[in-house]
Design a binder for this molecule. Structure first.
Ligand SMILES: NC(=O)c1ccc[n+]([C@@H]2O[C@H](COP(=O)([O-])OP(=O)(O)OC[C@H]3O[C@@H](n4cnc5c(N)ncnc54)[C@H](O)[C@@H]3O)[C@@H](O)[C@H]2O)c1
Length: 331
């Protein structure tokens, strides 16, 4: 049994609390938030849960093995390093930090102290993404070429971060997980339209050491939620639409053209050109957040870093930082 403390019970924290309570190998010992109103909210659902406004009651508690951090991103590093140095395993909500140097410090501290570090890249545990990863590993797409995604929704009514830092880690963590590779060049364009002075529409372009490229469009400019990802390869492409029902979420399109580019004139009429065969990719159901919590608990029990480890967390922050710098440079 892993004893857990959660720090931060704002918008997202209660979802983590619910899933740690649900897990058979986790024992949620204490929840902390600075705001009495948030603790009151948690007390209504879980009257027996021990609550505190002082995070030291979790960090310094010898009866707690793992600390879950769901506070704003600018507080992650301090809470994480204090926790790790007190011997705790740490789960930090995405993004790992608000700058690359701090992210690296957290990763180094976890390594030095031999602690498990997980970052809240929830989409690495979405069953649809797990299925895409499986199909890529099985060779369905052949050689991987390009990743393209759009993540669009109305922005939060109040925010301290821009659209890149709010939404970007989801697509970047999916991209790095599927490509199993990190970019060597990042460029971005963005503007502030509705959210005065805060970037609310951005395009990030990534180039990888081989031939691969990626493009991510992040926007807070529509009440129509769009969650669309395409992965292109030598044998076809996979279209993943998170807003669709499970049976239609992930579709493979076999390539619609014949590879005989240099065919003789007499063969041209027989060449395949058009919509390829399609195949709906099936996968098991499961709540991504529960699967993510399960991976964290299992990582601690097996003493193995999870797939959403500090390295991928750091790389995500590095690109978010590079994209922000690139956007500022172009304004
Ligand atoms: N995985 C996801 O899909 C997802 C979704 C939303 C948010 N998040 C992430 O979760 C984190 C929190 O976001 P949120 O939207 O819940 O923010 P929020 O502002 O709604 O909640 C943060 C809470 O942390 C508390 N807090 C701040 N400093 C604290 C401290 N030192 N000790 C104890 N409590 C403290 C605040 O009082 C607040 O209640 C962020 O990293 C965010 O990116 C992840």
């Amino acid at each position: 049994m892993i004893n857990v403390g959660v720090i931060g019970a704002g918008y997202w924290g209660p979802n983590l609390i619910r899933n740690f309570i649900k897990h058979n190998n986790a024992n949620l010992k204490k929840v902390c938030d600075l705001k009495e109103g948030r603790l009151e909210f948690i007390r209504k659902s879980y009257p027996d849960l021990s609550l505190t406004k002082d995070s030291n009651e979790i960090i310094n508690n010898p009866g707690i093995d793992a600390v879950v951090i769901a506070t704003p991103v600018n507080t992650h590093k301090e809470i994480a390093i204090k926790s790790i140095e007190k011997g705790k395993h740490v789960f930090i909500e995405k993004p790992l930090s608000d700058n690359y140097n701090d992210a690296l410090e957290v990763v180094n501290s976890a390594e030095k102290n031999d602690r498990i570090l997980a970052v809240g890249h929830i989409f690495q545990f979405a069953p649809a993404v797990t299925a895409i990863k499986r199909e890529i590993e099985n060779g369905l797409l052949g050689e991987l070429y390009h990743f393209s995604s759009q993540r669009i929704n109305l922005g939060p009514p109040e925010t301290t971060v821009d659209v890149v830092w709010d939404l970007g880690s989801h697509d970047l963590s999916i991209l790095f997980y599927l490509f199993d590779e990190y970019p060597n060049c990042v460029n971005a364009f963005g503007s502030s339209y509705w959210w005065n002075g805060i970037i609310d529409n951005a395009h990030i372009f990534l180039d990888f050491p081989g031939k691969r490229t990626a493009h991510i469009h992040l926007s807070w400019l529509s009440s129509n939620k769009i969650r669309s990802t395409s992965i292109f390869g030598s044998e076809g492409n996979i279209e993943y639409d998170e807003t669709k029902p499970d049976e239609e979420k992930v579709i493979f399109y076999d390539k619609g053209i014949d590879s005989r580019i240099n065919a003789k004139d007499s063969d041209v009429k027989d060449l395949k050109y058009g919509k390829g065969e399609t195949k709906n990719i099936v996968f098991d159901k499961g709540e991504p957040l529960y699967l993510e919590v399960d991976a964290f608990i299992n990582a601690i029990l097996k003493n193995e870093q999870p797939i959403n480890n500090g390295i991928i967390g750091c790389e995500v922050v590095k690109v978010l930082e590079q994209a922000s710098k690139s956007i500022k440079f172009k304004q």
